[in-house]
Design a protein around this ligand. Structure first.
Ligand SMILES: [Zn+2]
Length: 90
């Protein structure tokens, strides 16, 4: 596996619990569709398809920040998913 440089984003991340999430870049038009009418955002975590979407056209530094912000939401959801399966007490 190639080592990522400072602001590269991985295409997939594997988490404890066996979750594999994807990071996909999308056009601004695609992001508008994903986010819903009237929503403006550079990143979006979609738990239903275990994917973080990041809009194209932002700087690498901004994209790295947005990815980490969305990963916080992702981690909360994945942790809750494990709790719902009873892993919190096992
Ligand atoms: Zn947020």
């Amino acid at each position: 596996m190639a080592r990522l440089t400072r602001y590269d984003l991985p295409e997939f991340i594997t988490f404890p619990g066996g979750f594999v999430i994807a990071i996909k870049r999308v056009t601004p038009a695609e992001m508008k569709t994903l986010a819903g009418e009237g929503q403006v955002c550079d990143g979006l975590w979609m738990v239903d398809d275990l994917t973080i979407y990041i809009v194209r056209g932002i700087s690498k530094k901004r994209a790295a920040y947005v990815a980490l912000h969305e990963l916080v939401h992702c981690c909360h959801d994945l942790a809750h998913a494990l709790v719902n399966k009873g892993y919190g007490r096992a």
